[in-house]
Ligand binder design. Structure first.
Ligand code: GDP
Length: 454
């Protein structure tokens, strides 16, 4: 438990109806009692609300409602008091000052959550999810963070670790018997377990790109020949004029990123320079950058001008250009209001084409639904565990490495001490994710299961 008591404004800075100031620490309730006029807070039960005034000497600074959380039943596990005062920056400043004068310290960024972790309220992955939850600006990102905060992801990691710890214990036990050449840990069982764990870890590792997409948006590009209507489409989707629209071919030179939200999923749009061979130097750079951007995107909206489609070959050529990038794509035929009968008959055998008029904002709703369908079909399995955190990703990669080494060791028939080393590595990296300390776990497990009597 920490000695010092910390304080911070819990709500956003600035004027509002109410501001909440939060204190946490051994002295939190006592400190508030010093300046609060109302009931004696130190005699009140946990989870109660109290109306009163905050005073600086005889001066009333504000009328407030105080929420009490007596340790250990609080967010941080310590005594916590939340003071709801009027949402004035001046009042907030005065109240903070009163407490600082008493020796209460201003909290560092994330310190309440850090204390909650240190006091065992939740593990590291859950603590990190708190930050994600606050930052979540879409339904999908919120769902992912909420799932992680409630321990869904941690639970999976914990289960894997426990299975591995069991094997590590058995192998460490063998080592204790030294020369006696005993095998407590069945190598075949270990191989099966490691493979099982690898499969789960593999899936989690792969889920990172989806997790990342949910957190940061699906990188989507709009590409196609100059004048196909890419900028107009982007503008129509964004519903405001952002990229420069021009009748001169090749004037959309730079990449512009913007976002739209379709049913809770964020799509981060990257508008790119027209794709064509060019001699113009500036444009060449733009085109080069476009190719790179498109290849790293998750979805391509390939826009083509319907009035340019005279034969099935014309369409096949556009299709080939779209497929060139090797990422999921949607063919978007633009300027539908000018489409001739010839275009209709040519395209009738290609039902996958979305027909739109970017200019008249026609067909956009169908296009959006198509976008959702592609992304969900690609890799979207909601409800599954997936990771969104780069630190977890890194640890999972390290775990995988260590487990690959265990498998290789088993194949070569290495001795227990080598196996134990790699298993310890794997446990360590898995433990990094949730913040557990591996060696302690390992020892505790050995001693709780076996009475070696040494
Ligand atoms: P980009 O080079 O692919 O970005 O194409 P732009 O968006 O700059 O559009 C090129 C020209 O086509 C502009 O004059 C637009 O007004 C026009 N345009 C774009 N979409 C449509 C459409 O749906 N119908 C018609 N008739 N014109 C369009």
């Amino acid at each position: 438990m920490h000695q010092d008591t910390i304080i911070a404004l819990a709500t956003a800075q600035g004027i509002g109806a109410i501001s909440v100031i939060r204190l946490s620490g051994k002295q939190a309730i006592k400190a508030v009692n010093q300046v609060f006029h109302g009931k004696d807070l130190e005699k009140q039960p946990t989870h109660t609300l109290h109306f009163g005034t905050i005073r600086d000497g005889n001066e009333i600074i504000d009328e407030v409602v105080v929420s009490l959380f007596v340790e250990p039943k609080s967010f941080t596990g310590e005594n916590v008091v939340e003071i709801s005062c009027h949402g004035s920056p001046y009042i907030v400043k005065r109240v903070l000052q009163l407490f600082i004068n008493q020796g209460v310290r201003l909290a560092k960024a994330g310190e309440f959550t850090q204390r909650a972790f240190l006091n065992g309220k939740f593990d590291l992955a859950q603590a990190e999810a708190v930050a994600d939850l606050i930052a979540a600006d879409s339904e999908a990102a919120h769902r992912a963070a909420m799932y992680q905060m409630r321990g869904g992801f941690s639970q999976k990691i914990k289960e894997l670790r426990e299975k591995l710890i069991h094997f590590a214990s058995l192998i460490e036990l063998e080592l204790d018997f030294g020369e006696e050449d005993v095998e407590f840990a069945d190598r075949e069982d270990l191989r099966v377990l490691v493979k099982e764990i690898l499969a789960v870890i593999q899936a989690l590792i792969q889920s990172f790109s989806l997790g990342n997409v949910i957190k940061n948006g699906v990188p989507t590009v709009i590409a196609g020949k100059p004048n196909a209507g890419k900028s107009t489409l982007l503008n129509a989707l964004l519903n405001e004029e952002r990229a420069i629209v021009s009748e001169i071919a090749g004037t959309t030179r730079d990449v512009i990123e913007d976002e739209i939200v379709i049913e809770g999923m964020v799509f981060r749009f990257i508008d790119t320079a027209g794709l064509r061979e060019t001699e113009d130097k500036i444009e060449k750079i733009g085109v080069q950058r476009s190719y790179e951007k498109i290849k790293s995107a998750s979805l391509l909206l390939y826009v083509f001008d319907l009035t340019e489609i005279k034969t099935p070959q014309d369409y096949e050529q556009e299709l080939a250009d779209a497929q060139y990038f090797g990422i999921p794509y949607i063919m978007v035929g633009n300027k539908v209001e000018y489409a001739s009968d010839m275009v209709w008959s040519t395209l009738s055998s290609y039902p996958e084409v979305e027909l739109i008029s970017a200019k008249n904002k026609e067909g956009l709703e169908n296009l959006k639904q198509h976008i959702l369908k592609i992304v969900q079909g690609e890799n979207f399995s909601t409800g599954d565990t997936f990771i969104t955190n780069a630190r977890h990703y890194e640890s999972l990669l390290q775990t995988k490495n260590a487990l690959d080494n265990v498998l290789a060791g088993l194949n070569r028939g290495v001795t227990g001490d080598f196996l134990a080393m790699d298993i310890r590595q794997a446990l360590y990296h898995l433990g990094e994710i949730t913040g557990q300390i591996t060696t302690d776990d390992l020892l505790a497990n050995i001693f709780s299961k076996f009475c070696i009597g040494k």
